[in-house]
Design a protein around this ligand. Structure first.
Ligand SMILES: NC(=O)c1ccc[n+]([C@@H]2O[C@H](COP(=O)([O-])OP(=O)(O)OC[C@H]3O[C@@H](n4cnc5c(N)ncnc54)[C@H](OP(=O)(O)O)[C@@H]3O)[C@@H](O)[C@H]2O)c1
Length: 207
């Protein structure tokens, strides 16, 4: 049975992007520092069509997430940044469903990534993503607004946070409007490395 997951980089003070994020300033002011741990890894570089890179425990964690994901759901603001920044082929290599209020024809890229624009809400997006993912997992790719909706709707099964030892002080908070009173998490894994701490939680659901 496939799971619905998220896998996000976050600063120690809870931000997934710095202030003033947008297509000309992906991840906002200082936000790239959240992902500093990932840029030298072989798995990340390979997804950017680059060769070489480090193979270590961080790389295994990064690889794991790519390998298990069969489809992605993301918000329009994340997409807007990536539209101008992702290479072709983009790093996803799987169908991507973009939540938006603005209709647009699918955008087909190389390597198995087609961006499909979903204007009828998260339930529709997750249904389409599940169908596309088959036995693999659906990853809610971000940003915060999108993830918060999936949390509130009780649609997440697992979350992974890559906690970067940096303070941003301002920007886009992952858990700004939690509405999490009914959500219980079980910590299932902690992997620590010099540059980042990988935290994994399972969402405890009542039968
Ligand atoms: N640190 C990380 O790991 C990480 C990962 C991913 C993203 N990010 C960052 O997160 C930031 C973006 O996050 P964000 O919270 O500002 O925005 P977001 O979740 O990416 O996008 C929100 C937008 O998506 C559309 N949308 C969301 N839910 C919808 C629904 N149910 N129906 C229709 N449209 C819907 C709306 O746009 P419209 O109404 O305009 O269409 C909404 O304004 C970016 O800076 C990105 O770099 C960080």
């Amino acid at each position: 049975m496939s799971n619905v997951i998220f896998d996000m980089g976050m600063s120690l003070d809870g931000f997934i992007a710095g202030p003033n994020a947008g297509p000309r300033n992906a991840l906002g002011d200082g936000g790239m520092r959240i992902h500093r741990w990932v840029f030298d890894l072989e798995s990340w570089r390979e997804r950017q069509s680059l060769v070489g890179g480090q193979t270590n425990r961080d790389d295994e964690v990064s690889n794991e997430t790519f390998a298990r994901t069969g489809a992605y759901v993301m918000g329009r603001r994340m997409f807007d940044e990536g539209e101008v920044g992702w290479p072709d082929p983009p790093p996803f290599r799987a169908p991507v469903f973009v939540l938006t209020h603005h209709e647009r024809k699918p955008w087909v890229r190389q390597g198995g990534t087609t961006f499909t624009f979903v204007t009828d809400g998260i339930e529709s997006a997750i249904k389409q993503a599940r169908a596309a993912a088959g036995d693999k997992d659906v990853r809610i790719a971000g940003g915060a607004n999108t993830i918060q909706q999936f949390i509130k709707a009780g649609l997440l099964d697992e979350l992974q946070i890559h906690l970067a030892p940096i303070l941003l002080g301002d920007g886009v908070r992952l858990f700004d409007h939690p509405g999490t009173e009914q959500i219980e998490l079980e910590k299932t894994r902690v992997i620590d490395s010099p540059r980042v701490t990988h935290l994994t939680f399972r969402v405890v659901k009542e039968d």
